[in-house]
Write a protein that binds this ligand. Structure first.
Ligand code: AHR
Length: 490
């Protein structure tokens, strides 16, 4: 029997809203032919930024947006992206298909985007091919309120006041596309760059060191040993990929493909656990945040699209990956202070896909919307006994669960059933609450690969869910096969 016990009056840690962050890189159609459509009349926009995308992301209460990369960040020179657009340099985007980057979307446009979204900017600076001075000058340009040459240049370019800026990345994947450095070397490089990374208006900059990928624990060990006192956060990247050399289709998969991707997603728990254990040795107070600033599914690009553009469809399987991973972040939220799913629009595990004037919401978008009540809520202690979902000689838990209580006292319980074949009865005992009202929504579909398309944009979306009964402090829930369920208890 599956049992969930929730201690509704328990006082756990806060689930930092920044765990629900996003990542948008100058890659494929994320910006150009995505977020940025220019100021023409073809697609409704505000100062060149597409209105329907902003409206959709605002509904998620998006807390922060990481930009401009990714690998692109260590080949990006901020001066290329300021001043009148007509005069901006065209540069080859060496990482993503050698297309010419017009730099029409630069610092001012990004800050405008964050303003329209109501989110905080998280900018990743260039260590791999940039200089300490270039990074330091960008910070002065953006954050200084006084009468300096750089602050006045910002004013000439149309922005009088400094922008609010807290989150700052010091390079990206510096063991790879960000300079192919060894951990020992990058630790010293990091210390040097971080010395000059400051908020020029007296604010506090949250400096995030370029971190490890997956199970590269040596990187975390060295960075924490040599540089922890110069950082506020340390990054970590982990994607759910079947195999780098054979990732598989985003839409055309069997049960083995379903199972393997979910199992890979669940590895996030071990990966975070191991990196956290290393960090605990150097930082038992957990001052330094583990910032999982790239995560999500990575499938083969859609047939007929440029493989360098990483455009992939998004099915119910991706929704399950999102829900399982967010639960893992909740469970580690004492150390995981921020996370950023890759990437917001038209790239990898996107929230929305666009085609000309059309925009569709992905199943992953719906999970972020269903889970948004967890942002800044108190994580509640739970105990879960679940059956396994077994394929061949491998197994993963059939049910995943997380519960939180917000400032108004409302509880949000989110649940996943990973089995594509079996519904699951879940007996949920509630202690420390006299909640009487339960409102439910479920995301599920007829088949594992159900997705929204431009022809059928609402094939999968959350529906009201009523397969539960409440009595004697106990909730009995019938979880549909392959589903994500959100219950609000008041
Ligand atoms: O998200 C795509 C790429 O994956 C990023 O540019 C890089 O940081 C990572 O390897």
């Amino acid at each position: 029997m599956n049992r969930l016990t929730i201690y509704a009056d328990g006082n756990g840690p806060t689930i930092n809203r920044h765990i629900y962050g996003h990542f948008a890189e100058h890659l494929g159609r994320c910006f150009y032919d995505g977020i940025w459509v220019g100021e023409g009349p073809a697609i409704p926009n505000t100062r060149g930024i597409r209105d329907d995308i902003v409206a959709a992301l605002r509904r998620l209460n998006i807390p922060n947006l990481r930009w401009p990369g990714g690998c692109f960040a260590d080949d990006y020179h901020w001066r290329d992206g300021i001043g009148p657009r007509a005069g901006r340099s065209g540069r080859v985007n060496t990482h993503w298909g050698n297309v010419v980057e017009t730099n029409h979307f630069g610092t001012h446009e990004f800050m405008d985007l964050c303003d329209q979204l109501g989110c905080e900017p998280y900018i990743c600076g260039n260590v791999g091919s940039g200089t300490v001075q270039e990074m330091r000058d960008w910070l002065e340009y953006m954050t200084f309120a006084g009468d300096s040459t750089l602050a006045n240049e910002r004013r000439q370019n149309g922005h009088d006041d400094p922008w609010p800026l807290t989150y700052w990345g010091v390079g990206n994947e510096n063991w790879g596309c960000g300079g192919n450095m060894r951990a020992e070397f990058y630790a010293d490089v990091y210390r040097r760059y971080a010395t000059y990374c400051r908020h020029f208006d007296g604010g506090t900059l949250y400096r995030i060191a370029g971190g490890s990928y997956g199970t590269n624990y040596h990187w975390t060990d060295v960075l924490m040993r040599e540089a922890a006192s110069y950082m506020e956060g340390l990054s970590l990247h982990h994607y759910s990929i079947i195999e780098w050399s054979n990732k598989g289709s985003a839409t055309d998969f069997d049960e083995s493909g379903w199972f393997t991707v979910l199992k890979k997603a669940l590895c996030m728990d071990t990966v975070i656990g191991q990196h956290s254990a290393i960090m605990d040795r150097y930082d038992p107070e957990r001052r330094v945040g583990l910032i999982v600033d790239e995560w999500g599914t990575w499938h083969d690009a859609e047939p007929g699209t440029d493989p360098a553009f990483l455009y992939q469809q998004n099915t119910l399987r991706d929704a399950l990956v999102a829900a399982l991973t967010l639960h893992i972040f909740h469970n580690h939220c004492e150390r995981v202070h921020m996370a950023n799913i890759a990437q917001t629009v038209n790239v990898l595990q996107a929230m929305v896909l666009t085609q000309g004037q059309q925009m569709i919401l992905t199943p992953t978008y719906h999970v972020f919307e269903m889970f948004k009540g967890h942002q800044d809520a108190t994580r509640l202690p739970i105990l879960l006994d679940t059956a396994d979902y077994v394929v061949g000689d491998a197994a993963i838990p059939q049910i995943s669960a997380s519960a939180s209580r917000n400032a108004a006292g409302e509880m949000l319980v989110t649940l996943c059933n990973t089995s594509p074949n079996r519904a699951a009865e879940l007996i949920c005992n509630l202690y420390g609450t006299d909640a009487v009202t339960v409102a439910g929504r479920a995301l599920t579909a007829e088949s594992m690969n159900t997705r929204n398309t431009f022809e059928s944009p609402e094939a999968i979306q959350p529906k009201p869910f009523e397969q539960f009964s409440m009595g004697d402090g106990r909730l009995t829930i019938e979880l549909p096969a392959m589903s994500v369920v959100a219950l609000t208890l008041t």
